[in-house]
Write a protein that binds this ligand. Structure first.
Ligand SMILES: Cc1cc2nc3c(=O)[nH]c(=O)nc-3n(C[C@H](O)[C@H](O)[C@H](O)COP(=O)(O)O)c2cc1C
Length: 257
């Protein structure tokens, strides 16, 4: 497959240099009042094409249509902070299914999340018909290792691994795959925000993620490509619990140097 490249329409270019200013790779120069790429090789972040007032820059072979920004969307900072304060991990869900359009928006939040070096190495597995079968596989993995975990952790000893240990009977589960776990986790956080905006409750299942990465069978069932791993698993559904106040947190630990 041909690698994508930055294409500059010389006729449309007015040589303003905005593309050169935003290029993190210093890969665009302006010569004779026209923008030119230095190398064919860059991280293809697309900032040059997003900033160009003449729409003179595009990325070849990129199927994603660029959307014109109509105006500034500014969230009220205090509202954002309150959303963060009152979001809770949800482990009790209504049976109500999550509509396909909502899942699609949650996935879109993941797709649009930034990645280191613009690697866009994140993909998603939405568990539907296979959800219960795959959860059972993870339950088997955890039941096998539980006796060892019990030796080291009283909390593990206290924790019964029932058949719904990972997904809590939630109607929707999305496993986030990535080469770089940090990229997958960033996607997870944005996906949670969109899910919450739809009234969904979310649980990060670190345990399922761990089981998936430990088991060749689960990886195969999920279709994890070589070189990738599960970065996080989001368990989603409409909450069947209502929290009445925030939870206690440690005092801010921040130093200003
Ligand atoms: C990376 C990560 C992994 C987690 N994995 C699990 C999990 O496997 N099972 C679970 O019940 N909760 C899991 N949690 C939820 C945490 O226990 C929870 O966030 C924490 O107790 C604080 O509660 P809160 O989210 O309601 O503020 C996970 C949270 C994070 C951030």
């Amino acid at each position: 497959m041909e690698r994508s490249r930055v294409i500059i329409d010389r006729a449309a270019c007015i040589g303003c240099g905005l593309c050169s200013r935003v290029c993190a790779a210093h890969n665009i120069a302006v010569t004779d009042h026209k923008a030119v790429t230095v190398l064919d090789d860059c991280m293809l972040c697309g900032q040059c094409s997003a900033v160009c007032p003449q729409k003179a820059i595009s990325l070849s072979g990129c199927p994603d249509r660029q959307i014109e920004k109509k105006g500034e969307v500014r969230l009220e900072p205090r509202d954002v902070l309150e959303v963060i304060r009152f979001r809770r991990s949800i482990r009790s869900f209504k049976e109500t299914p999550v509509p396909g359009e909502v899942i699609a928006q949650v996935l879109e939040a993941g797709r649009l999340t930034h990645t280191a070096k613009n690697s866009q190495d994140v993909s998603f597995v939405v568990l539907d018909k296979e959800k219960d079968r795959i959860e059972k596989m993870a339950v088997r993995v955890f039941r096998t290792i539980k006796p060892v975990a019990d030796l080291f952790s009283p909390m593990a000893k206290n924790n019964k691994i029932d058949d719904n240990f990972f997904f809590f009977r939630a109607p929707a589960v999305i496993v986030i795959l990535a080469k770089d776990k940090t990229n997958g986790l960033l996607a997870a956080q944005n996906m949670e925000f969109v899910a919450e905006a739809h009234g969904l409750g979310v649980l990060y299942s670190g345990f399922f993620t761990m089981a998936a990465n430990a088991s060749r069978k689960i990886k195969k069932a999920l279709g994890v490509p070589k070189g990738e791993k599960a970065a996080m698993t989001l368990v989603l559904g409409y909450p069947d619990v209502r929290f009445l106040r925030s939870t206690p947190h440690k005092k801010l630990d921040a130093r200003f140097l």
